[in-house]
Design a protein around this ligand. Structure first.
Ligand code: BEZ
Length: 390
């Protein structure tokens, strides 16, 4: 291998030049955002909605965040945990991004959070609810604009308890999000005197539900709680109705079961009750303006994932504003992101010390192609952040 020898003054000059380019990149020029999202597979539509929401907010700020132009780098993570570390390293090490934004799938997000901590990179999570990320893995450089898996599950458990459910079954994919969501539901239900008699699972992203639906029919619980999202949620809700189960056993879920899916689910989802931190018809100036702008920009209706993408950009913008766009002020930047009060289409919310939204959980009912607000199921619900030490 050939090596190039530089005389000392030349070496010193080159080092100084490199350092000054680095310092300038911290304070001016575009901020490099790494979007790691699913653009293929069962969660593909969720990834696109998050990106759309994020970019909508940036466009509303004249294409800038905290006064800085924005440059995007994108990776399709395929909701594939086995590829997650390689994928996130493409953004951190190859593209040298300033901020990571991602992702949807909890298993992939756990790998992203580890890489963000190892490399001290800022991470804003616009969906994945893995409890551990704002629990034992919490860190000053990680915030979430979405929810913890526990939150909507717990709220639905509370509602089911109030409706007198005594014997429930759960059904989900066997991975962190499903396990944590059903655990939250069980906790909420037990507070109301009910219990879960059986948890059913199948591997992610399998959609062969028939054998499990037969088991539900045999057990005849008072209600079923299901965590599925994206393409899997469409198929599950349709299969549940096709089996006739919706006539005798109410199907409950976190709002992901019916969010961004209603056109495809059609009649099978009508009148379903779910809990989530967003409802389509929230009649606030912020939500009405957001929905109008989104529909104009993308010729489609927004859903909760679009809201979370929009709010991820808001949280980052608020942090950047506090440091005048200077990325070298990292500690102040991440502290300001955490302290931010977010004026979201879902309603105003704050972030907990662990970096997770403290937010109202709404009970919604499906009417036509909308998840309509019915009531506040749990007010200002904070994730317990078990194991988070900062
Ligand atoms: C998750 O993996 O955390 C997740 C995926 C889709 C919707 C909600 C949560």
């Amino acid at each position: 291998m050939q090596s190039i020898r530089l005389a000392w003054p030349a070496v010193a000059g080159a080092l100084l030049a490199a350092a000054s380019i680095g310092a300038t990149a911290q304070t001016s020029g575009p901020i490099k955002i790494g979007l790691m999202l699913p653009y293929s597979g069962t969660y593909a539509a969720l990834g696109t909605a998050i990106e759309n929401g994020f970019k909508l907010y940036v466009q509303e700020q004249g294409g800038k965040l905290g006064g800085r132009e924005v440059q995007y780098f994108k990776v399709d993570d395929e909701s594939e945990p086995a590829k997650a570390t390689d994928n996130v390293n493409k953004l951190i090490k190859r593209d040298n991004v300033d901020v990571l934004v991602g992702t949807v799938h909890s298993g992939v997000a756990l790998a992203m959070a580890k890489a963000a901590k190892d490399n001290n990179t800022l991470l804003v999570i616009p969906n994945a609810g893995a409890d551990a990320i704002t629990g034992p893995m919490c860190g000053p450089n990680i915030v979430r604009s979405s929810f913890s898996n526990w939150q909507p599950g717990y709220a639905m458990g509370v509602v089911a308890g109030q409706k007198g459910v005594k014997r429930a079954m759960t059904i989900t994919w066997a991975y962190a999000a499903g396990a944590e969501s059903t655990k939250g539901f069980t906790e909420g239900l037990e507070k109301g005197g009910g219990k879960v008699i059986k948890d059913l699972t199948l591997p992610f992203p399998n959609v062969e539900f028939q054998a499990l639906l037969t088991e539900i029919a045999a057990q005849k619980p008072d209600a079923v709680y299901a965590f599925f999202a994206g393409g899997g949620a469409v198929k599950f809700v349709k299969d549940y109705a096709a089996a006739g189960l919706n006539k005798t056993i109410p199907l409950y879920g976190p709002g992901f079961l019916t969010d961004g899916t209603l056109e495809a689910q059609g009649a099978s989802a009508q009148n379903m009750l779910t809990t989530l931190h967003y409802a389509d018809n929230l009649d606030t100036a912020k939500n009405n303006a957001f929905r109008k702008a989104y529909a104009i920009a993308y010729k489609s209706q927004p859903d909760v994932y679009a809201v979370q993408g929009y709010d991820a950009a808001q949280i980052l913008a608020n942090g950047l504003k506090a440091v005048g766009g200077d990325l070298s002020k990292r500690d102040q930047l991440s502290a300001a992101m955490r302290k931010t009060a977010v004026d979201s289409p879902r309603g105003k919310f704050t972030l907990s010390a662990a970096g997770n939204p403290v937010q109202d959980m709404y009970l919604r009912e499906v009417k036509g192609n909308n998840n309509e607000f019915r009531s506040v199921a749990v007010k200002a619900l904070a994730d317990p952040a078990r194991g988070c030490k900062l």
